[in-house]
Design a protein around this ligand. Sequence first.
Ligand code: NAP
Length: 285
Amino acid sequence: MRYGRSDAMDNPTLQKVAVVTGANKGIGLEICRQLSARGVTVVLTSRDEERGLAAVRKLEASGAADVVFHQLDVNKSASIASLGDFIHTRFGKLDILMQPVSSSGLANAIVETYELAEDCINTNYYGPKRVTEAFIPLLQSSQSPRIVNVSSLYGKLQYIRSERIKEELRNVDTLSEDRLDQLVQAFMNDFKEGKLDQNVWPTRNMVAYKVAKVALSAYTRILAKRYPKFCINCVNPGFVKTDLNWNLGVLPVEEGAEGPVLLAILPDGSPSGLFYDLKEVSSFE
Ligand code: NAP
């Protein structure tokens, strides 16, 4: 079922345009399908051209329309700039920036090495942040800009052990982007030096993933405060059956995509700077 097509076709500025990062598989691919079904023009991005084009063909074969491919590696500035040029030339604006991108090394990791941790922090935190910074001007040309950062339950503050750091991260009135980056860098330095104090940083497995998602959640709040005309939220999609968790998740991708899609199409005046657990408002704690 498609919505709003005739209005949009009468007036091209009403036709919503979305970019989805890390969209060649998993929840990202399904988000593309659901946005397309709602009449949104979707730029499906993938770091690998072949995987991305195959994903577009798969969506088209299942009846999706208005899905175009563009290469995007969130860790490469030139790739981000090239996508920005494409969006600017082709659409002149961006309505929805949807970020379900996630480092893939995690799924195969038995031992969390520094290299894997670095890749995880880059892809899950600095990457989405880089893409956001580059696309803010395009989003400012939208009448209803939306940013959706796909976080995780691991993106909640409870996974940080230090009360002092937790307090800094929760206080969005005083937390600056520079300070947030300093905290992430302090974590990486401690990781490198083998000093992951379990009274400070998350314990047990997927330590870098937890820090990256906590940082992404905090960044979401900073952004929402800085751009009050946007709706900018983060969301835990649920435990979804994808390659990220060796397909051990319990929800199908169709359900995992619903929360992010809901946030992408929130009506004007909707809340911003919140953490959603699936489709419900939750807390950052
Ligand atoms: P997934 O199936 O592993 O998909 C991750 C996507 O990110 C893939 O398309 C991957 O592309 C892409 N990617 C990796 N590095 C990239 C880079 N440098 N630039 C651009 N794209 C890159 O994961 P998923 O389960 O769908 O997860 C989607 C989001 O939900 C993630 O943010 C994840 O943290 C979050 N989440 C998932 C679950 C869950 O249970 N699945 C739970 C909580 C949160 P390649 O194919 O090239 O690797």
